[in-house]
Design a protein around this ligand. Structure first.
Ligand code: SF4
Length: 218
């Protein structure tokens, strides 16, 4: 019930990885599932490959990755809500969404949209050199892009991801349809994933020429 109540997106930076440490060290959990952005997933996979976080990384048994084009610091979200959409406070928003070319905030059941191009200058700087839209290192990655409203596009990427997803489907917890049967379909996901690599690849080249550090090699 708590998982379902927490469903939905809040576009902000979340200290997810420190919660993994808390889950394993403080609560002593042996099998931890994490819902993570692509950058957080890269951190988790690095921690598993280079065991510098002892007794933490080996307890991660499932990573569900979410598609992520960009993210915003809390101060930017506050600006969208108050200066651009006329809310008294960001706290008044009950829902956030990105779709149909706009960043949406919902207040009192009413949606207010801000054109995406108006949000570009507010993206957190690291997102401009991030190459991963579809969480390529997760066990299962998912997001709404490619599927009709109310459905999610799910990619299983590892044997663990495939078996857990299949078990959920077999248990009747998840209803599925083949991607080939739905619109807009995988083509849109591929287009956005490639578009992010192309755009941010250029920014990486620009920064490399200036001698600025790039945290992950591609
Ligand atoms: S765009 Fe990349 S760096 Fe930014 S939050 Fe998403 S995954 Fe992380």
């Amino acid at each position: 019930d708590e998982v379902i109540a927490a469903a939905g997106t809040k576009y902000s930076m979340s200290p997810t990885l420190s919660a993994v440490k808390e889950a394993t060290r403080q609560y002593g959990l042996e099998k931890v599932g994490v819902v993570a952005t692509p950058c957080q997933t890269q951190g988790l996979r690095k921690a598993q490959a280079y065991p510098f976080a002892r007794f933490v990384a080996d307890k991660i048994k499932l990573i569900i990755g979410i598609y992520c084009m960009e993210n915003f610091p809390m101060a930017s979200l506050d600006t969208f809500a108050t200066a651009k959409l006329g809310f008294d406070s960001l706290q008044d928003a009950t829902k956030m969404d990105i779709g149909k070319g706009k960043f949406w905030l919902t207040k009192d059941g009413e949606d207010s949209g801000l054109a995406i191009k108006e949000t570009h200058g507010y993206v957190q700087a690291g997102c401009n050199i991030c190459m991963d839209y579809v969480c390529e290192w997760a066990d299962v990655s998912t997001g709404s892009v490619g599927s009709p409203d109310g459905w999610s596009t799910v990619l299983t990427r590892t044997d663990d991801g495939e078996s857990i997803f299949k078990a959920a489907v077999d248990a009747g917890l998840i209803e599925t349809k083949p991607m080939d049967d739905v619109k807009p379909g995988l083509g849109l996901l591929e287009k956005l994933a490639k578009g992010k690599k192309d755009k941010n690849g250029k920014e990486r080249e620009r920064r490399a020429k200036m001698g600025l550090p790039l945290p992950v090699e591609y």
